[in-house]
Design a protein around this ligand. Structure first.
Ligand SMILES: Cc1ncc(COP(=O)(O)O)c(C=O)c1O
Length: 218
């Protein structure tokens, strides 16, 4: 079913636009000029005018308080989990249908992914499956959520806006709040997507977007 859906999207897209090469970064604007400016000011670093401007414009566009540039989306997912208090041997809920970086970031934080299924309408984490999983397979101890079978603490949930298609974030956040679970939105593919005027990545405790050369803005 999901494969069929993806093929259909691709077929429609090709008819409109021709081939879209994943590995080719499109540079139609002032990129060369900006790169030259960085070289001229010797600010080829994690700081500099361009970085601050990017942070400001992303925060404005997503209507969030702060945006912080990191070296990659994967690093940002990892850092977000650490700031959420994810510890060694915790479980972090995520979806099996995603790019490998989602699960990698969880492992980088020393935790393990607990996979919950996606739904057909969004291809993102299914709130009904999430609710079922938490209702039947966990118990609360001193306001923390523990997985019954493994005894591990579930400290965070990382839903993905698959292909940038907005996930059912409000429902997911509502469920997670009931179990004291932090939400890190993997909106790596979601820059520019909105649902009911809420941008991908703007609702959870943290939201991550990626500027990898294969992403929408590049
Ligand atoms: C869903 C998803 N999560 C995370 C990442 C990681 O982002 P980055 O390549 O910037 O590390 C990507 C893309 O690469 C992605 O598609």
């Amino acid at each position: 079913m999901v494969n069929q859906f993806i093929r259909e999207v691709r077929r429609r897209f090709q008819r409109l636009e021709g081939n879209i090469y994943l590995i080719e970064t499109a540079m139609f604007g002032n990129e060369q000029q900006y790169i030259n400016r960085c070289l001229q000011t010797a600010k080829v670093s994690t700081i500099g005018e361009e970085v601050s401007q990017l942070e400001k414009s992303v925060a404005k566009r997503l209507r969030v308080k702060y945006a912080v540039a990191t070296s990659s989306g994967t690093a940002a997912l990892h850092l977000s989990l650490m700031v959420c208090g994810v510890r060694m041997d915790d479980l972090v809920i995520t979806q099996p249908f995603t790019f490998i970086a989602t699960a990698n970031a969880i492992q980088h934080a020393g935790a393990q992914p607990a996979f919950v299924d996606i739904d057909r309408s969004t291809l993102g984490l299914c709130p009904d499956a999430l609710s079922r999983f938490l209702d039947t397979e966990t118990r609360m101890v001193q306001s923390f959520c523990f997985h019954r079978q493994s005894g591990k603490r579930i400290s965070a949930c990382m839903p993905v806006h698959t292909f940038g298609h907005p996930g059912r974030m409000l429902e997911i956040i509502d469920i997670c709040q009931q179990y004291n679970i932090k939400v890190v939105e993997d909106a790596a593919e979601g820059l520019g997507s909105r649902l009911n005027n809420e941008s991908d990545g703007s609702l959870g405790d943290f939201g991550v977007i990626s500027f990898n050369g294969n992403k929408i803005v590049t």
